[in-house]
Design a protein around this ligand. Structure first.
Ligand SMILES: [Zn+2]
Length: 111
């Protein structure tokens, strides 16, 4: 090929002209940053954060309802039944809160 600057013939592999010393083609970057396949797009992050907050609020509401019912039913039911009800309601509530936390972690993993 020929140098773009001085027009003299140089080897095709040359990055710099041997005659005028100027750069004839962009220097190949040794480490090109590949886009992280794990990196989620902004839209995905927004969806994850939205779902995470809804799930988290739902989980907290279930927990509050469970504790409130546990206290309110103090005079109406045996303590065994109340504890069974509390456990039955608290487990999905805690699971939803944990799911919410994991969704938020995924949404904000890369800052
Ligand atoms: Zn040249």
């Amino acid at each position: 090929m020929f140098c773009l600057h001085c027009g003299k013939e140089i080897t095709d592999e040359a990055a710099v002209c041997v005659h005028c010393g100027r750069q004839v083609k962009p220097i190949q970057k040794t480490s090109t940053r590949q886009p992280d396949p794990e990196e989620s797009s902004t839209a995905t992050k927004v969806v994850l954060a939205s779902v995470g907050s809804v799930v988290g609020i739902l989980g907290l509401l279930i927990l509050i309802f469970a504790i409130q019912s546990f206290i309110a039913a103090a005079n109406e039911f045996d303590s065994d039944d109340r504890f069974a009800f509390l456990a039955m309601m608290a487990i999905p509530g805690i699971l939803l809160c944990a799911l919410s936390v994991s969704l938020f972690k995924r949404a904000f993993r890369r800052g």
